[in-house]
Write a protein that binds this ligand. Structure first.
Ligand code: SAM
Length: 277
């Protein structure tokens, strides 16, 4: 019988952010596949765990996936970890997950730290829906094109950025987004953790030497959302209802949406439709 592939999240700074389950899995598996074995060794030493390690990083993903799959097929249980946070998220792992699924190998995610989620929840920006872009291209033209696309996005956008590129990226954001609210989440879970918010210009003014790890969060495009709301609110209630009905929503959902768009109590809308529908 095949072994299990565990995708184990590790801390993004503070070593206390490892779960009991993650520790137990790291103790129990036969092998740990690590993005950087020296880095993971430090964590394992801290946890008093001694295990064979195999390297699995961006440049050897394909070859190492084959080796890992062969071992799993022979019945070995393997934990995959990245240097920090959740594997696969802007980190190696996707290739071996896809290959393991083809071979019907069981995959179990072991949850834990993930930088983008912690940045989002404390940013104060809308968190019901969000768009994560990982690292943008290092090519300036492609980066600008992507940021132009992000400008239209109504959801909160989240971008990972290397510290030495942060100021350049903020300057492009300043050009493209003008007065849009930005939040920089820096050094999460570490001593110098901070959240800096303002327009890109305001952030650039007070922030000239970025050190450590950063995430850029960009408020969603409210203009587009507001103009859409205006169009909907200028419709009759029946037209507004039909608009959502065509999207496949059921009566209760439609009533909630209309009440939200029009900023009124949903009972008022409900009463109207009891009388008129
Ligand atoms: N897999 C990781 C995760 O679960 O978030 C992400 C790894 S990715 C290679 C590294 C990027 O994540 C950094 O450049 C930074 O943008 C973000 N990041 C990771 N740790 C962070 C931290 N402690 N504070 C702020 N950003 C962090």
């Amino acid at each position: 019988m095949s072994g299990i592939l565990y995708l184990v999240a590790t801390p993004i700074g503070n070593l206390e952010d490892i779960t009991l389950r993650a520790i137990n899995i790291l103790k129990e598996v036969d092998l740990i596949a690590a993005e950087d074995t020296r880095h993971t060794l430090k964590l394992l030493n801290h946890l008093n765990i001694s295990k064979p390690l195999i390297s699995y990083h961006r440049h050897n993903e394909e070859v190492k996936s084959d080796i890992i799959i062969e071992k799993l097929k022979k019945g070995e249980n393997i934990a995959l970890v990245s240097d920090a946070g959740t594997p696969v998220i802007s980190d190696p792992g996707e290739e071996v997950v896809k290959e393991a699924l083809k071979e019907n190998i069981k995959i179990i995610p072991i949850p834990g730290a993930c930088a983008l989620i912690n940045a989002l929840i404390a940013s104060g920006l809308d968190a019901k829906e969000f768009a994560f872009y990982g690292f943008l291209s290092t090519n300036k033209k492609l980066k600008k094109e992507k940021l132009e696309e992000i400008k239209k996005e109504k959801k909160t956008s989240i971008i990972y950025e290397a510290p030495h590129k942060l100021l350049d990226t903020l300057k492009i954001i300043e050009e493209i987004f003008e007065n849009r609210k930005i939040v920089i989440a820096r050094e999460l879970t570490k001593i110098h953790e901070e959240f800096i918010s303002g327009t890109a210009s305001e952030i650039l003014e007070k922030y000239n030497e970025p050190k450590g790890e950063h995430i850029i969060l960009i408020e969603g495009n409210k203009l587009q959302e507001n103009s859409e709301k205006n169009i909907l609110n200028n419709m009759s209630l029946e037209e507004h209802y039909n608009y959502y009905e065509k999207q496949g929503l059921i009566k209760n959902e439609i009533i909630k949406k209309i009440a939200k768009d029009r900023n009124v109590n949903k009972n008022e809308i409900y009463k109207y439709f009891i009388k008129n529908k």
